[in-house]
Design a protein. Structure first.
Length: 384
């Protein structure tokens, strides 16, 4: 059975433009004064058609517009991309088509036109329900604007998720519990709750190196916040199905599940990554040119990717382990064996089970709640 049949088949569309660059963000995003929407629409559609020629006869289960700020896309651009995908692949009856949105760029009319184009799920980058912290995070919207955007999204789409960042500067455990309660009162079916990390190459990283990023929670408080998040969300009916994602039953992000279940996905747009299997069984990784201008020139000349490489069986097994253990459902042992060609050593797994960090049943293995808190260490012990 092919990876896409086991883990799903998806399309990721990267829109690289933003109104402003957030100081914590290490994604491929750029601020520009003018965007030729028609040219971008055709370039994205062109690359979709090229990749579709390599992945025929597939059922597309999810499409995700990420960025950047995809809600800066003209609805006509979104429609053009979706029409190209529809022409190339068979859409699943329950296909999930998600679009990330910045609260500042939310308009009822624009959202209604996205829905008419086919978008049926929106993910809002709220990030905080505290105005002072929004300013610290470099967000251009305020709390009221975020709540108004959420109401518009809720009125237009049946499925709406939003993101929050916790373990922020000066944030106490009680403050996070209060804010999380407010978020759950707002939520419909899904929340993404990320612990703030300071990544190299970001403005926050430079500030931290100069000693200017004070008041971040220490490791112990960060762990307490994570445990609290699990407990509070679970009590509200939002299962923590992945390290940072919580949903009511059946409302998990289908597109992100493709990544974590190690399915196949095509990636188009600047810096987009793809992982998909060819008919001969070879699995390849594609990476798009990172800079928008370079990607556009390459796409119009043929294909926007800067590299493509085969993924070895050993690397496939390692990636499946790393991604799959983020999920509470864990990974399939027989599939892991088929990828690697060897059976994993039982000794480190037994040790981790004895420590309460892993579980195992007849066919699957996974990390416990405690294990997901130290997942990097767990994976390091399991990796061959």
């Amino acid at each position: 059975m092919h990876n896409w049949q086991q883990g799903g088949f998806g399309l990721y569309v990267h829109w690289p433009f933003c109104e402003a660059k957030c100081p914590y963000c290490d994604f491929n995003s750029h601020v520009v004064s003018h965007i030729d929407q028609r040219r971008w629409a055709e370039a994205l559609a062109h690359d979709i058609r090229r990749y579709a020629a390599e992945t025929p006869d597939r059922v597309l289960s999810a499409i995700f517009f990420g960025g950047g700020t995809p809600s800066l896309m003209a609805p006509e651009t979104v429609a053009h991309v979706l029409n190209a995908a529809r022409d190339c692949w068979t859409f699943a009856n329950d296909i999930e088509i998600s679009l990330e949105a910045n609260p500042r760029s939310v308009e009822a009319g624009r959202f209604e036109r996205y829905a008419m184009a086919g978008v049926n799920r929106v993910s809002l980058g709220v990030q905080s329900l505290r105005s002072e912290d929004l300013r610290r995070l470099g967000r251009l919207h305020d709390v009221e604007e975020a709540k108004a955007a959420f109401k518009i999204a809720r009125d237009v789409f049946q499925r709406v998720s939003f993101d929050l960042i916790y373990a922020r500067q000066g944030q106490s455990l009680q403050a996070w519990e209060d804010e999380l309660g407010e978020a759950l009162d707002m939520a419909i079916d899904h929340l993404s709750l990320y612990q703030l990390t300071v990544e190299p190459g970001t403005a926050f990283w430079d500030r931290a190196q100069r000693g200017g990023l004070r008041g971040l929670p220490d490791e112990d408080l960060g762990a307490d916040m994570y445990e609290l998040t699990q407990k509070v969300c679970s009590a509200a009916g939002y299962a923590g199905y992945e390290v940072s994602n919580y949903a009511r039953p059946g409302s998990e992000s289908r597109h992100n599940l493709i990544y974590w279940r190690y399915g196949d996905w095509v990636g188009v747009g600047p810096g987009a990554h793809g992982r998909y299997s060819l008919d001969n069984g070879e699995r390849i990784e594609t990476v798009g040119h990172k800079m928008p201008g370079a990607w556009m020139a390459a796409s119009e000349a043929g294909l926007g990717e800067v590299s493509r490489e085969g993924v070895s069986r050993e690397d496939q097994a390692s990636e499946y382990l790393i991604m799959g253990l983020r999920l509470t459902e864990g990974i399939d042992l027989e599939r892991l064996h088929q990828m690697s060609g060897v059976h994993a050593s039982e000794a480190p797994l037994t040790d981790l089970i004895d420590m309460g960090l892993m579980w195992k049943d007849a066919s699957r293995v996974g990390a416990t709640a405690e294990g997901r808190m130290v997942l990097n260490s767990v994976i390091e012990k399991l990796a061959p």
